[in-house]
Design a protein around this ligand. Structure first.
Ligand SMILES: [Fe+2]
Ligand SMILES: [Fe+2]
Length: 140
C-alpha cells in the first residue's frame, strides 16, 4: 500500500467531483440558452465523470484510505462558448494529471491502479476531442 498512490487517487477524485458539478450545472444552464444537443453532451459527460469518481473511490477504499468529499476547481457560468472552453480546459488538465499519475503507478509497481487510470484517461481524451471539435465547428 502506497501513501503516494492514495494521495494521487484522492487528488483525481476531487478533480472528478468538481467535473461532475461543473457538467451538471452546464447541462442545467445551457438548456435555457440554446442547443439541446450540447445540453445532452453535458449531461452524458457528467455521468462519465461520476463513473470515474466511483472507480477512484473504490480503489482508495481498497487501499484502506478515505475517499475525499471535496471537489476540485469548478467553473460555471457565461455563455455556451465559455462553458465549452472551460470544459475543454478542465479535460486538458485531467489528461495531464492522469498521465502523471500513470507514471507514478508504474514507479510504485501498481499495475491495477495503472490500468484504472489508463481507462479513465481514454474517456478524458474522448471528452477533450468532443469539446475541441465542437469549438472548431462553432468558429465557422
Ligand atoms: Fe473524469
Ligand atoms: Fe472528462
Amino acid at each position: 500500500m502506497s501513501k503516494r498512490i492514495i494521495e494521487a487517487l484522492n487528488t483525481a477524485l476531487g478533480m472528478e467531483l468538481g467535473a461532475i458539478v461543473q457538467y451538471m450545472w452546464h447541462h442545467v444552464m445551457v438548456e435555457g440558452i440554446e442547443s439541446p444537443e450540447v445540453a445532452e453532451m453535458f449531461r452524458k459527460t457528467a455521468i462519465d465523470e461520476m463513473k470515474h469518481a466511483e472507480k477512484l473511490a473504490e480503489r482508495i477504499d481498497y487501499y484502506g484510505g478515505v475517499p475525499t468529499t471535496k471537489p476540485g476547481e469548478i467553473r460555471i457560468g457565461g455563455g455556451m462558448r465559455k462553458m465549452i472552453e472551460d470544459d475543454l480546459d478542465g479535460e486538458l488538465t485531467a489528461i495531464k494529471t492522469y498521465k502523471e499519475f500513470i507514471r507514478l503507478a508504474v514507479e510504485e509497481g501498481d499495475p491495477v491502479t495503472r490500468l484504472l487510470l489508463e481507462e479513465i484517461l481514454t474517456d478524458e481524451e474522448d471528452h477533450e476531442y468532443s469539446w475541441r471539435t465542437l469549438l472548431a465547428k462553432k468558429k465557422e
